[in-house]
Write a protein that binds this ligand. Structure first.
Ligand SMILES: [Zn+2]
Length: 339
């Protein structure tokens, strides 16, 4: 018996059979921030077979208060979150196969990664990405663990395609507390509470204890001492566009128009080229440095400061323009640097 997992195997509902099942499973975690780092660490320690981590951002000092796995050095080096998490997790458990993807998760990227995935974990910070995960879960019949937190408020819900309501069904009927930007801040125990729910549900599903899955939607406020557990079965909508009889999966439809987005509460605009580019970061850094700009970076990104605003470019042509919420201004800056 592998001593590493002995305590988990002593837990009767899992046992050696459940442990063997966990070992065979592949979990995709979208978003490697507060929620994603907690659940990733839990799953890696639990001995899951493989995890795929996807995140578009890099580590900053303001992340360290609640995002496990990251260090001051990661923030100083602006290391991409997916890569920083992978490096740390691989030290925790070398037996787990870990794939790190630095990029914006749109429908086509995610669909290309779903082969063999047994579970989708929500580590995102926005509802657009969550509805995308929700549609993928329904279309490919993969369980999806929704989780969300802001301030001291959190929510969690387990979505089993064909069995439970989906996120669309659920959120159509419930007040969307917590669907705000991260401008109101967050305390770390909120993250722990959401990921405790997500983590327990993951262990149930991965170890083959599907009957133990929680049927209720859970929300809580740790500061105001409130905990709500709401039976959700009746919320399933047979006309739902994501999980109904004639589902169209609206969030998987090809995006049209410019891929420019103001990132909620971040004072940052993200720009993605309509067709993926392959930037030579070294060449760009050299070119900009010789033009007199302040340039920084690492193997995954290059940053340049212009008029007090920091622009960060990734290999695939995506950019984060910090210090602005103005889409037009950001677009102009983007084009003036990489055309
Ligand atoms: Zn639905």
């Amino acid at each position: 018996m592998n001593d590493r997992y002995s305590r988990q195997m002593l837990f009767k509902p899992i046992g050696s059979k459940g442990q063997a099942k966990i070992r065979e499973k592949h979990v995709l975690i979208l978003g490697v921030g507060a929620l994603g780092t907690h659940t990733a660490e839990m799953l890696v320690r639990a001995g899951v077979g493989k995890i795929t981590l996807i995140d578009r951002d890099y580590v900053e000092m303001s992340n360290l208060q609640r995002q496990h796995l990251f260090t001051e050095e990661d923030a100083q080096k602006k290391w991409p979150k997916a890569e920083a998490a992978k490096a740390r997790l691989q030290k925790v458990n070398h037996e787990v196969e870990i794939a790190a993807i630095v990029g914006h998760a749109d429908a086509s990227l995610l669909e290309s990664l779903l082969q063999g995935v047994d579970l989708l974990m929500d580590g995102t910070d926005n509802f657009e990405a969550r509805f995308l995960l929700n549609d993928l879960a329904q279309k490919y019949r993969i369980p999806y663990l929704f989780g969300s937190c802001v301030g001291s408020f959190g929510m969690a819900f387990t979505i089993i395609p064909g069995v439970t309501p989906c996120l669309q069904c659920l959120l159509k009927k419930l007040p969307l507390q917590g669907q705000t930007c991260d401008t109101v801040g967050i305390i770390e125990p909120t993250v722990q509470m959401v990921t405790a729910h997500q983590g327990a549900e993951a262990l149930k599903i991965l170890s083959g204890n599907i009957e133990a899955v929680r049927k209720a939607y859970v929300s809580f406020d740790l500061w105001h001492n409130e905990y709500v557990s709401l039976k959700a079965d009746a919320l399933k909508d047979s006309q739902c566009s994501s999980c109904g009889y004639n589902a169209t999966y609206p969030y998987l439809q090809e995006e049209t128009g410019l891929k420019v987005a103001v990132l909620c509460g971040r004072d940052t605009v993200q720009i993605r080229p309509t067709a993926t580019k392959h930037l030579s970061l070294d060449d760009l850094a050299k070119q900009w440095r010789s033009a007199g700009f302040m340039v920084g970076g690492n193997p995954f990104l290059v940053s340049v400061v212009v008029e007090g605003k920091r622009m960060v470019f990734f290999q695939d042509g995506r950019a984060l323009i910090h210090g602005t919420n103005h889409v037009d201004q950001a677009r102009k800056m983007y084009h003036s640097f990489i055309g």
